[in-house]
Design a protein around this ligand. Structure first.
Ligand SMILES: Cc1cc2nc3c(=O)[nH]c(=O)nc-3n(C[C@H](O)[C@H](O)[C@H](O)COP(=O)(O)O)c2cc1C
Length: 363
């Protein structure tokens, strides 16, 4: 029943969609890291829904840091950030019998928590819990930027429309940090947003692929075998609701290449070791090689749709149909992008603290 991730730097997530607060506790952070509230607020704004591409449940995300920070710097003791739920409509979830939504966690939560789960607005399994995750991740992302490590995610594909690939990665990451809808090619961005709105009008939803790049991670980061950079990133990425696939580099497509093409040949460049291609996504043997770490996440279409679907009545144990109500995102991919950045920051902070010690992230 654990809700904690990480070894040297760990994060515990708590709360429910319609409870009073959601929140996160980070433990193991170095003392002396600047906590920039404007930076946190900006990262939260990138996750917040808006317009016709998102749910009508829009929250101000008035976060409060209630421990672990003194005079704007981390103290090194557990840092707790809380965010109130201020826009809930629990009457949408009034329940006479239990009819789980296909694709959501209603049925599995019921199996695990024996009916004691708070099911309102998906309870503990709601995308709402990604708000404190993003707030906590922002503190770590800021610390990483001070060490020259940059993280950026774009919507590589949505509703069958492709964005352009990363080109100048550091420039692209900078651009993405300013974009609410994180697509590099503006024309494609417009098309994707139109496709999401069209799906919403039809009572349906769409998914896609998020591609992330991380630059500046020192070569040699990652543990052998079980806590590799790939395993830890995948573990954290699969914790994000609606993420159903993870690949490093362009792994699933590139399996068709012969070894002679897949291998990333080495070269010396300006006194550093680089690779001439990056099919391995900057990781060999689970350990970073100094090239950008590149990975992608498959984000499924939002499960709560407004079309009638087959389900079961768990109270009566009979087949029935469900017509979902409530407020939902017609796509979660554009909001999940800030969450991917946040968990990536958590993993990298954890792996760096493991290798170089807690104080590595201090200023
Ligand atoms: C930022 C974000 C917002 C989400 N919003 C919704 C939503 O409005 N409605 C919904 O049904 N699912 C939403 N989801 C996805 C569900 O939480 C998720 O599909 C569900 O918990 C089942 O988990 P799984 O898809 O990983 O199996 C959202 C996910 C994220 C990351």
């Amino acid at each position: 029943m654990k809700n904690t991730f990480g070894n040297s730097v760990s994060l515990t997530l708590f709360g429910e969609s319609h409870g009073e607060y959601t929140g996160a506790v980070i433990d193991g952070l170095a003392p002396g890291i600047t906590v920039d509230e404007k930076y946190i607020a900006n990262r939260l704004s990138l996750r917040r829904p808006s317009g016709k591409t998102g749910t009508k449940r829009i929250e101000k995300d008035n976060f409060r840091i209630i421990s672990g920070v003194f005079r704007g710097k981390t103290t090194g003791t557990p840092l707790c950030v809380i965010i109130p739920n201020e826009n809930v409509k629990s009457e949408d979830y009034a329940r006479e019998s239990i009819i789980p939504r296909p694709g959501h966690a209603d049925y599995t939560a019921n199996c695990k928590y024996h009916g004691f789960e708070d099911y309102r607005g998906s309870g503990h399994f709601s995308g709402r819990l990604t708000a404190p995750l993003v707030a906590a991740g922002a503190i770590m992302q800021y610390a990483l930027e001070n060490k020259g490590i940059y993280i950026g995610t774009h919507i590589a594909r949505c509703a069958k429309i492709n964005d352009r690939p990363f080109k100048n990665i550091n420039e692209d990451i900078k651009t993405l940090g300013k974009k609410k809808f994180a697509v590099l090619d503006e024309a494609k961005s417009k098309k994707m947003q139109e496709a999401i709105i069209l799906a919403a009008k039809d009572g349906d939803s769409v998914g896609g692929i998020l591609e992330t790049a991380v630059t500046g991670i020192p070569a040699g980061t990652g543990e052998p075998w079980f806590d590799t950079m790939e395993s830890m990133l995948s573990h954290a990425l699969f914790s994000i609701p609606a993420v159903k696939g993870v690949q490093f580099g362009n792994a699933f497509k590139n399996v068709d290449l012969p070894g002679s093409k897949y291998n990333d040949e080495f070269a010396v460049s300006a006194g550093s070791i680089i690779t001439r291609t990056n099919h391995n996504g900057g990781i060999n043997g689970g350990i970073t090689n100094g090239m950008p770490v590149i990975f992608s996440c498959a984000v499924k279409p939002t499960p709560s749709i407004f079309k009638q679907q087959n389900s079961v009545d768990l109270t009566e144990m009979e087949n029935t149909v469900i017509q979902t109500s409530g407020r939902h995102d017609p796509a979660v991919i554009h909001r999940a992008r800030a969450v991917v950045d946040a968990v990536t920051a958590l993993v990298i902070c954890d792996m760096l603290a493991l290798r170089y010690g807690t104080d590595f992230l201090g200023e």
